[in-house]
Design a protein around this ligand. Sequence first.
Ligand code: AMP
Ligand code: GLY
Length: 423
Amino acid sequence: MKILVIGSGGREHAICAAFAASRRTDQIFCAPGNAGIANVADRVPIPAEDIDALAAFASGNSIDLTFVGGEGPLAMGIADVFGQRGLRIVGASKAAARLEASKAFAKEFMTRHAVPTAQYAICQSPQEAAAVLRSGRFGDATAPTVVKADGLAAGKGVIVAAGRNEALAAVSELEGIAGASAASRIVLEECLVGREVSLLMFADGNNFCLMPGTRDHKRLGEGDTGPNTGGMGTFTDDSLLTCQQLADIEASIIRPTLAGCAEEGFPFRGVLFLGLMMTEGGARVLEYNVRFGDPETQSLLVRLETDMVEVCEAILEGRLDRTEVRWRPGSSATVVLAAHGYPYSPRKGDAISGIDEAATLPDVRVFHAGTAVNERGEFLTSGGRVLGVTATGSDLDEALASAYGAVGRIKWDGMQYRRDIGK
Ligand code: AMP
Ligand code: GLY
């Protein structure tokens, strides 16, 4: 089988590696891929957002199955275009991708289907948002409030403000931070308190298969300090969600969400990602993503035991209810290694040493996110998040020890990482 993976980050490296482990795969292409992905897939120099060129490539090269990594092409309708041309693709339709591409749409969808989430207000302008904040609807001047840009903003569209003044400042700065188009509408939310967990699933329109619970560490600094990033590390561990919590989430969130999608005419096919806050009153949805997370995927897919192609075929043929998706028992952890200056102005061109040594350690994988290769075949930094070092173990401590052991072999000038992933 010929596979095409769309995207260029650590997530897509992990997806390519999962396809490479399949007995059913003959050849993997990745558009546009990155220097590390070139070890498992043939790179195709087409940007992830150039949907027509990707569809032409898939037809011209008899691709049997395409898998989309990120939200950009999904929100632009890549699954619809491929579908219309009879090309098999795993990824949410344009209509379903609104669950991620518009936070206002997602909130109203949750209201329509009684999915538990934070109280909110949708505002059509910064002036309206400021008036709502001043009205006291989200509490007095000391109440923490969350300010969100409606549209896709590459992780930059959410500000958790400690009080009203901070929220007002966030409202007036949002356009500059998230971009005019993303911030054309503003969603205000009550600030929920609890433990954050992400729960992802494969979905085929009606049925779903859960992945292990996972957690992301979004702040740059240890102890969750410093600026927000795309994610500095993740882990999977069964202790993140109890069986009772999973049963409650299934009943109160997953079933109403999937039924709501089907009822509104966009059955959800692909990977659905629930960002959850475990509050005292139960799980609440913080956000939907319509795709795998980065770097959650790296920690998840190293535990996938079932053949990735079989999972994709079950999604496409609507038979996830008759498919057992198995995960290796135990835990996993991913530590992201970032470039000097990340997230503000990551430096490119630093020579990286020790990748091979790290990658040959037992139970360790090194996924590339932002690397380039020079004429001598050496890897250089070429993005903010450069590598993700992932390890599995029989428990979280073992996975973390292996991951950090491997991190210790890798070096470049200005390399940054958190030493407290999974703690
Ligand atoms: P989102 O992109 O909507 O998941 O928001 C990014 C991050 O902001 C989440 O991972 C949470 O840490 C935080 N966040 C979002 N919404 C809320 C909320 N209503 N209450 C508390 N924290 C939130
Ligand atoms: N790591 C969070 C995300 O991919 O959205």
